[in-house]
Design a protein around this ligand. Sequence first.
Ligand code: PLP
Length: 385
Amino acid sequence: MIPYGRQDINQADIDAVIEVLCSDFLTQGPKVPLFEKTILEYCHAKHAVAVSSATSALHLACLALGLGKGDWLWTTPITFVASANCGLYCGAEVDFVDIDPRTYNISPQALEAKLIKAEKVKALPKVVVVVHLCGQPCDMESISQLSRKYGFRIIEDASHAIGGKYKGEPIGNCHYSDITVFSFHPVKIITTAEGGMALTNDRELSAKMELLRSHGITRDVELMTQAPDGPWYYQQIDLGFNYRMTDLQAALGISQFTRLDRYVEQRHELAQCYNEELKSLPITLPWQHLDSYSGLHLYVVRLQRDELSKTHREIFEALRAAGVGVNLHYIPVHTQPYYREKGFHAGDFPEAEAYYEEAISLPLYPGLSHEQQESVISVLKENLK
Ligand SMILES: *Cc1c(COP(=O)(O)O)cnc(C)c1O
């Protein structure tokens, strides 16, 4: 089966991890701060906090922004569940905003309409998590204008988007947001096995996330309630977690990072080939906004159902049976049983639900060979006649 995504590990990656294994520190050594510095310089951000996953980065980001009981977090239904769950971890309420039918990202128009209604009933969100789906940046300019008008904070869930650009600037620079989060899960653009990072330009937000990543414990005398009892001394001044990244993971991340730009270029080359070869099929190809450069984590096509005799599911099953490991990103979060229990229903977010009826993620990753891609294309052509 040709998977929809896959990591690329070379000898340099293996050597980097082995070097750490043979060193004094498997975790909390020099590699984590070096990885943070590497990513923040690349992204033109001021601070970076490496953590155990994007999920933990989202949780810490929400906590740093003061999200808690009685607050609202809004996000898009077309995302991985973690973009919404982070609000629930903090005791906040979660709601969704429908997607733009062309980009599949959160719709600024739908967001504004919902904000106008929420203002009237005094239920404005404290945090909006925007997701750069497939690597395509959201309309950050419009969303940040709305955030100033309505007073919410912005987290960019850029799990799909490292290596991309918005208006010529790297995603992760936080020009239009408070915090940006990356994922380094193996299916994502670069990997540390499990891992994530939160970037920000705000020193206080970064200090808070750093504290909470490691139990809420500090060794900074300035932050303590009393002078240290001795050189062993630390204080727990908040309730944190063990969300640390290990040095093994960071070493892998540093090594992977050296190929980041090339990876994204390869993704674009593969996407270009799909664009050419699939354009006459009854499917809608990904639409690319001209003001941005996508990280292209995913290549999602939508079936034009009126032109096809087979159902979405039948096509999906046929492709899988033919060895093409297509996938679906994502099941609208509000339709998950856990969220239905909270009162969401099918029909709540029609654009997101229509997308779900039609979307298919095709294989796209740097190691996808020309022959493999040709075989994906011919299987698609056969099944979409
Ligand atoms: C993968 C992903 C996450 C979660 O990332 P982990 O590192 O696995 O915790 C969150 N949001 C989106 C949009 C993702 O794709």
